[in-house]
Design a protein around this ligand. Structure first.
Ligand code: CO
Length: 300
């Protein structure tokens, strides 16, 4: 099972972001102390294993913005990063801080954090025998995957705008649509760079197997980003994506952050959703996927 599964109903429009079973948070914003001193040697060792295999893959595959952010932060193989140390550097650059949460949090709590430039990161790390299986975003996904991009001013503004827009979309009953924008950018986005397509989505960059699949497999569609089209496209939460959307550049996120979604929502109202495998006549196609990977899954 590849680790794409994971990641996430963090944006699925579910009533709750995880933590099932009557968990009662101590604080209204669901934050907890990271309690960095309490990580065990085994947990730091799991981080090191994940870091070392991933750091070999990202050069030449991750976007320049991601590589720049990673280099500027104390994210190393040595240990699970200390959120306070990361935050002090991020805050100077883009005004963001990382706060610890015990798992996924309710949508309204998630949006409120983002709207206030706080990124809620899983405090825990996956088990050593489940390196590629995640039920909820853990510290490796959230820190290695997301945080370097949040050193980029454009992503920083986009994430805040998403938090504000999320509250509005939820009130309008359109969160399922808006969540697809987050999914196909922040989690699984690709971007055109002079040397070729690059990854900036955290769901890919924190996944050993999907980092190669997303860029190099002939199976998935790779399609030029179009806002209305993305808002209508379903996604898979249990497997590699069947489609990846490609931004012409990261500044597109800034345009999106400044977009009035009211007319966009009006334009897609009542329109049917697209399956993730769909290609449309108007799509700008970077790769017309063979679909072989998901066909094999369906047949197995
Ligand atoms: Co994520």
């Amino acid at each position: 099972m590849p680790d794409s599964n994971a990641v996430i109903s963090e944006t699925s429009g579910d009533e709750k972001h995880g933590i099932v079973g009557g968990y009662v948070p101590e604080r209204a914003d669901w934050t907890i102390d990271q309690n960095w001193q309490a990580y065990t040697a085994a947990e730091h060792a799991t981080w090191k294993t994940l870091f070392e295999r991933q750091i070999k893959l990202v050069p030449g595959r991750a976007s320049q913005a991601y590589m720049d952010g990673l280099k500027a932060l104390p994210i190393t193989a040595d240990e699970i990063p200390d959120f306070a140390r990361l935050s002090d550097i991020m805050e100077k650059r883009t005004g963001w801080r990382v706060v610890a949460v015990p798992g996924m949090v309710p949508n309204d709590v998630f949006f409120d954090h983002l709207a206030n430039r706080r990124f809620p990161a899983g405090q825990f790390i996956r088990k050593a025998h489940q390196l590629d299986y995640l039920q909820e975003p853990d510290v490796f996904h959230d820190i290695f995957g997301h945080v370097p991009m949040m050193m980029n001013p454009v992503m920083a503004d986009f994430m805040q705008a998403y938090g504000e827009g999320g509250k509005r979309a939820e009130a309008l009953g359109l969160l399922d649509n808006l969540a697809r924008l987050y999914w196909y950018t922040v989690e699984f986005g690709l971007v055109e760079e002079p040397e070729g397509l690059r990854i900036f989505g955290a769901g890919i960059l924190s996944s050993f197997t999907e980092t190669r699949f997303a860029l190099e497999s002939q199976s998935p569609n790779r399609i030029g980003f179009d806002l209305k089209r993305v808002l209508r496209t379903n996604y898979r939460i249990d497997e590699f994506q069947e489609a990846y959307f490609v931004l012409p550049n990261l500044d597109t996120l800034l345009d999106l952050a400044n977009t009035d979604f009211a007319p966009v929502y009006a334009a897609i109202a009542g329109q049917p959703d697209y399956a993730p495998s769909t290609l449309l006549p108007d799509d700008r196609v970077f790769n017309h996927g063979t679909g072989e990977y998901h066909a094999a899954l369906a047949g197995s």
